[in-house]
Design a protein around this ligand. Structure first.
Ligand SMILES: *Cc1c(COP(=O)(O)O)cnc(C)c1O
Length: 455
């Protein structure tokens, strides 16, 4: 028995025998592809979390997606709550997005010259967003954030930036920095290969702590170019902040001539068309978008007032460029997707559906006295194995609770439910998730939670 299960998970030695719940689904084809991928890519993947290091078994190789469902190489079918980590707010292979992409592709895929499609997507965004006046398209969230930081430094002629423990902003050097010990710290690099001198320009403080912020601004008076925050931190659990805290942050930045950057790569177009800025009605100085904006193709964007954006080349002295920036096929997908989001009632329906789903799961867990909480906002949710009523800082997450998530993840995979392969990641509901999908998912989650808490 042990050997056959080990074989299913291929080469993973730490997979315990499945003594509970459903038998493990076959991952034979995925395992073959993974073995081959390991000869091509470090860890067999092109982005680390995909390697399933925090959950059981071989990563599933996906061959098809349609609506809310995906199919892996072994023809297992799943209801997908990862949604490509957020971009697919309309689900997989949405007909309107597909049609527009195919139409545009007929005329060539890249020119390195301006196209009308860039105007079209920009107009769609700017007409419906009161927080920014001009924007620049790039090709990823990382690139958007990296450029926004450079813009803030160029604009303020200051070097330091301040970020928060528990927020992720992509993998550019200045932001691969984590807190040291102490209330206000110079960052320590969180990746090999980041020069210490870069990390020295990044100050890291805890979320939801106004006192730490004030201390940082006192200590580094007139040196902080920008504060960058995920206004809805969703990359290390879902660490919801209060409006009062975000408002205080806005005021401290204004008082110190520091630019406030909202990194809305996840929250943008997710909690509403105007993202978290609109949700909380707080105006940041620069906003970054990614994920949803590209309809599943690689697009990122940063935007600000016309005055701030005037500092970007060729108008200003802050250099930023991209061979494939504003790529017509990617613009087409973005145009088609954002057009759907602007339909009346789109967000209301999506949020209501999510609320029903998350509340039902919470009711179930509470009724059984499970130390389990579903945190959620808009169509984002996070399953936390905790007895706490709220979690608003990274420090409040108990790393030991991730062992429970591992079991949950495996049980859900075996029941045809796909969550991102880490307990620190949030889940997403798309407009393609049907009532039947959510009913099925709920039942699978109930059964799996019973198993997780059985011991
Ligand atoms: C995903 C993400 C990024 C990085 O975007 P990539 O497209 O993966 O480079 C940056 N910031 C936030 C808030 C994100 O969620």
């Amino acid at each position: 028995m042990l050997d056959s299960i080990k074989k299913m998970f291929s080469g993973e030695d730490d997979v315990p025998v499945n003594t509970t719940g459903k038998p493990d689904i076959s991952r034979e084809k995925s395992a073959e592809l993974y073995a081959k991928a390991k000869t091509f890519f470090p860890g067999g993947v092109n982005s680390p979390v995909r390697a399933f290091k925090s959950v059981y078994g071989t990563p599933l190789f996906i061959k098809k997606g349609d609506g809310s469902h995906i199919w892996d190489a072994d023809d297992n079918e799943f209801i997908d709550f990862c949604c490509s980590w957020g971009p697919l707010i309309l689900g997989h292979n949405h007909p309107k997005v597909k049609e527009k992409v195919i139409e545009v592709m007929q005329h060539g895929m890249s020119f390195g010259a301006p196209t009308a499609l860039e105007n079209e997507l920009a107009e769609l965004i700017l007409k419906n967003n009161k927080f920014i006046q001009k924007l620049r398209f790039v090709s990823s969230g990382t690139e958007a954030v990296m450029s926004a930081i450079r813009l803030a430094r160029g604009y303020t002629k200051r070097d330091k930036i301040l970020k928060f423990e528990g927020c992720y902003h992509g993998h550019s050097d200045s932001l691969l920095v984590k807190a040291g010990s102490g209330l206000v710290t110079f960052g320590e690099t969180s990746s090999a290969g980041v020069p210490k001198s870069f990390a020295d320009e990044t100050i890291v403080v805890s979320l939801n702590d106004t006192e730490a912020l004030q201390k940082a601004f006192a200590e580094f008076k007139d040196q902080i170019a920008a504060v960058i925050i995920e206004p809805i931190p969703a990359n290390n659990g879902l660490l919801l902040q209060t409006k009062e805290y975000l408002q205080a942050l806005r005021e401290i930045c204004t008082a110190n001539g520091t630019l406030l950057i909202f990194d809305e790569v996840i929250s943008g177009f997710r909690v509403g068309f105007e993202g978290a800025a609109g949700y909380y009605d707080i105006k940041p100085d620069i906003i970054t978008y990614g994920k949803i904006i590209g309809g599943g193709l690689p697009v990122g964007m940063y935007g600000a007032s016309a005055e701030i954006m005037g500092h970007i080349s060729p108008d200003g002295g802050v250099y930023q460029a991209g061979t494939l920036s504003g790529n017509p096929v990617a613009m087409a997908a973005g145009i088609a997707q954002l057009t759907e989001l602007l339909r009346m009632g789109f967000y209301k329906d999506l949020h209501k559906k999510t609320e029903e789903f998350t509340e039902a799961i919470q009711r179930f867990a509470t009724a059984r006295n499970y130390k389990f909480k579903v945190f959620s906002i808009g169509s984002i949710f996070w399953f936390a194995f905790t007895g706490k009523e709220t979690i608003s800082t990274a420090e409040e997450i108990d790393p030991a609770s991730m062992e429970k998530f591992k079991v949950l993840h495996r049980e859900l995979i075996n029941r045809g439910i796909y969550l991102g392969p880490s307990g620190y990641e949030v889940g997403f509901i798309s407009s393609a998730h049907t009532k039947i999908d959510l009913e099925k998912a709920k039942r699978a989650i109930f059964d799996s939670l019973d198993l997780v808490f059985k011991k």
